[in-house]
Design a protein around this ligand. Structure first.
Ligand SMILES: NC(=O)c1ccc[n+]([C@@H]2O[C@H](COP(=O)([O-])OP(=O)(O)OC[C@H]3O[C@@H](n4cnc5c(N)ncnc54)[C@H](OP(=O)(O)O)[C@@H]3O)[C@@H](O)[C@H]2O)c1
Length: 313
């Protein structure tokens, strides 16, 4: 089979797209014929060696934490799944991923793929959808009527966060440039404001204060503190890249979240997609053979929105 892999940490030039052995499913695993994987910033972080202390990968390593595809083989002790099932999953970050014709997936990570979108597009859902879900409902415990600021809403996590927060009954303010404002209003945002100007002190954001600030941007400690200043007393700052100091005087809590694979939550996201309650947005569909260009664009800050990577037929 063909696979994308790298033999050492480095820039996008360490990526090779070449023949590789087809994996065999072990106990509790299934083999999936990949319809698509998606690019996540963490793929570039692991490739660059920046997360070597967090995820110990073996070389050669195949990236691609998201998978959408069809089961072609079952390993021992796999129950409830069949050859031919269309599935999605968030794969373990320290194992080989789905940037290949075939990928292994733990059966416990699988959800039935949505039927209302092309199977390949469903690769744009697992990791970022779970990140939005876990940030909003597990960490910040967002409830109806609360005010939320989604900082960095134009990205892949942000699109799901805005939709999920709105459906939960929150009043949603999103930061994004005008390029994405229309799409975010379409997702139900009550207010879209341009990038927060962290240079202001204290910062001002229309709609403040917020019961929850979901911060999807790699803010500096000073910028994070500025964002915490617009959290209402008793509120929450949850960051995917930044953590910040609690403000015990105002009972403001902060937490950096780390997404984990969760098949039950993924199935709930899929059911919302099929019910027309959650939109999967794919900004670009690229052949897997062009993955190095996608990594390079991400490294250079030129990638916008969710890109899926599609193996050759
Ligand atoms: N901790 C975890 O478990 C976890 C899980 C998933 C993701 N993450 C991280 O969370 C971040 C978001 O993930 P993602 O997949 O949504 O990435 P993404 O698609 O690259 O989105 C990031 C967005 O942030 C926007 N942005 C950058 N600077 C901004 C600023 N100053 N103000 C407002 N918006 C700004 C960018 O907008 P423009 O394109 O308009 O510049 C971009 O759309 C990434 O850094 C990712 O690595 C962490």
């Amino acid at each position: 089979m063909k696979a994308l892999y790298y033999r050492q940490y480095g820039g996008s030039d360490v990526l090779e797209y070449a023949e590789a052995p087809k994996p065999e499913p072990g106990r509790g695993q299934v083999l999936v014929r990949v319809a698509a994987t998606s690019f996540n910033p963490v793929d570039a972080g692991i490739r660059g060696g920046y997360l070597a202390g967090v995820y110990s990968i073996a070389f050669p390593h195949v990236p691609g934490v998201d998978v959408a595809g069809t089961i072609t083989e079952l390993g021992a002790d796999v129950q409830g799944w069949h050859v031919g099932d269309a599935v999605v999953a968030m794969l373990p970050l320290d194992a080989d991923g789905a940037a290949a014709d075939y990928a292994l997936a733990p059966a416990e990570s699988l959800a039935v793929a949505p039927q209302s979108v092309p199977l390949a597009d469903a690769a744009a859902l697992p990791t970022v959808g779970l990140t939005a879900w876990q940030s909003l409902f597990e960490v910040a415990e967002l409830t109806a009527g609360q005010r939320i600021l989604v900082n960095g809403a134009s990205g892949a996590v942000g699109g799901y966060a805005v939709q999920l927060a709105k459906e939960a009954g929150a009043v949603v303010t999103a930061t994004a440039t005008s390029r994405d404002a229309g799409r975010l209003y379409g997702y139900g945002a009550d207010r879209v404001v341009d990038y927060v100007d962290y240079a202001q002190s204290p910062i001002e954001v229309a709609g403040a204060p917020f019961d929850v600030v979901l911060n999807l941007v790699s803010t500096t400690p000073e910028q994070t503190e500025a964002l915490i200043s617009v959290v209402a007393d008793g509120g929450f700052h949850v960051g995917t890249m930044a953590s910040g100091p609690d403000d015990p005087g105002r009972q403001v809590r902060t937490q950096r979240m780390f997404v984990r694979s969760d098949a039950e939550q993924l199935a709930e996201l899929v059911s919302r997609v099929d019910a027309g309650r959650l939109r999967i947005d794919v900004a670009d569909r690229r052949p897997l053979a062009e993955a190095a260009d996608v990594h390079d664009a991400s490294d250079g800050g030129r990638l916008h929105g969710k890109t899926i990577l599609v193996p050759a037929e």
